[in-house]
Design a protein around this ligand. Structure first.
Ligand SMILES: [Zn+2]
Length: 292
């Protein structure tokens, strides 16, 4: 495989897919890396580090390091991340022999400030997702499925051999309906992923899950998503006195070790009705797509 100077993450990923006649599922990330001049993928034993890339500024050679004992999903994500550092030639190696990436680096999704080192980690994570959860293939899979449902995330996570969290985030981005995924641990919110038209969620990272939320009240069996239930919009969304909020659908998945995945969505019929009503439109603080 030969890549000309593609200039952006999306262009590099698109060019890789263009050179494969069809995208196999799951994406054969290690074969792709080896076809792109990565000489070797080998184990890494260093506390706190998930992966690394041994290379120089010119990328005259490259070897990917993956933490020993990583799960299959994590290993795949790490290889995608390090391949991102290798192919994004504007990523300057912070050390003489290349990059070492921590668990925290692998979670970075936004920097929030100008920080060049954090920025390249965000980009490497994005690149890994673009390759491992390809938009075209996922959108095709989702066309066969109706509504918004954690079952879809479980299906895609298995099919693409990715973690449920990374898949949930991509699902929210690609589903094409207003939805949001929330990862929590022992009753506290860790991370929130919102589709861009989903309103602001009034709970911050580190805060407790609202008492009235399905996530706080239901205990479905481990690994099996709850039914989708309706909750008052004020459970999760910010409200001001005198305004009405749309109701939400909420579904929860109980995972191992105290983790939970929550999926929020709207009754799109109710949203459509509100789009006709100027006062509701204002008070719901939802961005309506055109005039529906
Ligand atoms: Zn990195």
């Amino acid at each position: 495989m030969e890549l000309a100077d593609c200039g952006s993450l999306e262009k590099i990923a698109d060019e890789i897919f263009r050179q494969m006649s069809e995208i196999p599922t799951p994406v054969p990330i290690e074969d792709i890396a080896l076809a792109l001049d990565i000489a070797d993928i080998r184990g890494l034993e260093a506390d706190g580090f998930e992966g690394g890339l041994v290379t120089d500024a010119e990328r005259s050679s490259g070897a990917i390091l993956v933490k020993e004992g990583s799960s299959l999903e994590r290993r795949r994500f790490t290889v995608g991340h390090e391949l991102g550092h290798f192919l994004c030639t504007w990523h300057q190696p912070p050390a003489n022999d290349g990059f070492r990436c921590s668990t925290g680096d692998m979670r970075k999704t936004i920097t929030g400030q100008v920080d060049r080192l954090a920025d390249i980690e965000v980009q490497a994570n994005r690149f890994s997702v673009l390759l491992l959860l390809p938009a075209v293939a996922i959108s095709r899979d989702l066309k066969k499925k109706a509504g918004v449902d954690i079952e879809h995330i479980l299906y895609l996570a298995g099919r693409y051999q990715m973690s449920k969290e990374a898949t949930a985030r991509r699902y929210v981005e690609l589903r094409g309906e207003r939805c949001a995924a929330i990862v929590s641990h022992l009753g506290k919110v860790l991370r929130i992923y919102r589709q861009r038209d989903f309103p602001f969620i009034d709970v911050r990272s580190g805060e407790a899950i609202p008492r009235t939320a399905i996530t706080a009240r239901l205990n479905p069996p481990l690994g099996r998503p709850s039914d989708c239930e309706t909750v008052d919009g004020s459970t999760w969304l910010s409200t001001t006195i005198g305004t009405r909020l749309p109701s939400l659908y909420e579904q929860v998945l109980v995972q191992a070790n105290g983790y939970r995945l929550t999926l929020l969505s709207f009754d799109e019929d109710e949203v459509d009705e509100a789009a006709e009503d100027e006062e509701l439109r204002e008070s719901w603080a939802i961005r309506f797509k055109g005039k529906r």
